[in-house]
Ligand binder design. Structure first.
Ligand SMILES: Cc1cc2nc3c(=O)[nH]c(=O)nc-3n(C[C@H](O)[C@H](O)[C@H](O)COP(=O)(O)OP(=O)(O)OC[C@H]3O[C@@H](n4cnc5c(N)ncnc54)[C@H](O)[C@@H]3O)c2cc1C
Length: 285
C-alpha cells in the first residue's frame, strides 16, 4: 500500500514549524527519522495533510553536557547515542540499552525524540528515560515546558505532548546512579522487547540508597516498580529477599499481550528476568 497524498514542508527553524502547526492544526505531522511514521503512512493509519520534516532544524541537534546534565537533542540518531563516549561515561544504562533498539539500518535514521513521541510500550529508550529520571523538554508557540519522564508516558502510543508541541531535547542527570543492569527477552535480536527490565541504583556510602526498577513490554507504558524497590531495602538487599519477593512481581501490573505472547507468559517471563537482573545487581554491589 502507498500513503495518501500530503504536502511536504522542510523548515529550518522552530518558528516555522509553529507557523505550520498554527495553520494546519492536527492535520500536520512531524517527520523525524520516519522509521515508525512512514510505515504508518503507507498503511494509511495516519493521513496528515502536511508532513513537517524537522531534519534541517539545527536547534534540535546535538549531544552535549550542560549544567550537570547530558542533553540529547531530539534529532540525535540512535547510532549517535549508541557510539557516544559521553553517553557511555555519564548515562551508562542508556549506552547498555542502545544496541537493543531495532537493527543497524533503523538505528542510523531513527531519532531520540521520535522514539519518545512514538511511545511504544516495548521500546527501550522510553524505559531508560524513566529509569534515569530524565526530563523531556518540549516547545510550542506558547513557550517551553519540561516534563518528567514519569509524567510523559500516558498509555499505549500516548504521551503528555499537547497540540502544537515538539520535543526539543532530553536532559539526563549525570552521575545520579552508581550501578546499572539492563536485560530484555526478544524473539530475535533487534525486535521490540517481549519483556524488559532496566535498573539504576545508587549504593554509594554517603548517598541515600536509591533503586529504580523499570519494566517495559508488559503494560501499556513503561512502569516503575516502587514497591519492589521499597521491599528490597526494607528486607535487606540479599539473595533471600530477592527469592522471596520475586513471587509478587507483576501481580499488580495490568499485563498486556502481544501477537506471540499471552499475559500469563509475559508475567512468567517478567519474574524470570527480574530475578536474573536483581541477582546480577547484587553481584555488582
Ligand atoms: C522494524 C522496526 C523495528 C523496530 N524495533 C525497535 C526496537 O526494538 N526498539 C525501539 O525502541 N524502537 C524500535 N523501532 C522504532 C525506531 O526506534 C524508531 O526510530 C522510533 O520509534 C521513531 O523514531 P523516528 O525518528 O523514526 O520517528 P518518526 O517515525 O519520524 O516519527 C514517529 C512519531 O513521532 C513524532 N515525532 C517525531 N519526532 C518528534 C519530535 N521531536 N517531537 C514530537 N513528535 C515527534 C512523529 O510525528 C510521529 O508521530 C523499530 C522500528 C522498525 C521499523
Amino acid at each position: 500500500m502507498k500513503s495518501s497524498n500530503f504536502s511536504y514542508s522542510r523548515p529550518t527553524t522552530l518558528a516555522e514549524v509553529f507557523e505550520i502547526f498554527d495553520h494546519y492544526g492536527d492535520d500536520a505531522l512531524l517527520l523525524a527519522g520516519g522509521q515508525s511514521l512512514v510505515p504508518s503512512l503507507n498503511m494509511r493509519l495516519s493521513n496528515p495533510s502536511v508532513l513537517i520534516d524537522i531534519n534541517r532544524i539545527s536547534e534540535l541537534q546535538g549531544l552535549i553536557e550542560e549544567d550537570g546534565n547530558l542533553k540529547i537533542g531530539a534529532l540525535t540518531r540512535h547510532y549517535e547515542v549508541e557510539s557516544s563516549s559521553i553517553v557511555e561515561k555519564h548515562v551508562p544504562l542508556l549506552h547498555m540499552a542502545m544496541p537493543y533498539v531495532a537493527h543497524t539500518a533503523i538505528r542510523s535514521r531513527g531519532t531520540f525524540g521520535g522514539s519518545l513521541a512514538f511511545a511504544d510500550a516495548a521500546a527501550e529508550i522510553p524505559a531508560i528515560t524513566l529509569t534515569c529520571e530524565a526530563i523531556i523538554q518540549v516547545q510550542s508557540q506558547q513557550g517551553k515546558r519540561q516534563i518528567a519522564a514519569i509524567d510523559f508516558f500516558q498509555g499505549l502510543y500516548s504521551t503528555d505532548l499537547q497540540k502544537g508541541e515538539i520535543i526539543t531535547s532530553v536532559l539526563f542527570p549525570k552521575n545520579n546512579f552508581t550501578h546499572f543492569v539492563f536485560k530484555e527477552f526478544a524473539r530475535r535480536q533487534g525486535d521490540y522487547a517481549t519483556v524488559g527490565i532496566a535498573i539504576a541504583a545508587n549504593f554509594e556510602r554517603n548517598a541515600h540508597p536509591k533503586l529504580r526498577i523499570v519494566y517495559f513490554g508488559v503494560s501499556d507504558r513503561p512502569i516503575v516498580d516502587i514497591q519492589l524497590a521499597h521491599d528490597l531495602f526494607a528486607q535487606g538487599f540479599n539473595t533471600d529477599s530477592i527469592h522471596q519477593l520475586i513471587n509478587r512481581v507483576g501481580n499488580d501490573v495490568d499485563m498486556t499481550t502481544d501477537i506471540y505472547h499471552d499475559a500469563q507468559t509475559k508475567h512468567h517471563l517478567l519474574k524470570v528476568i527480574v530475578k536474573r537482573a536483581l541477582l546480577e545487581l547484587l553481584g555488582k554491589v
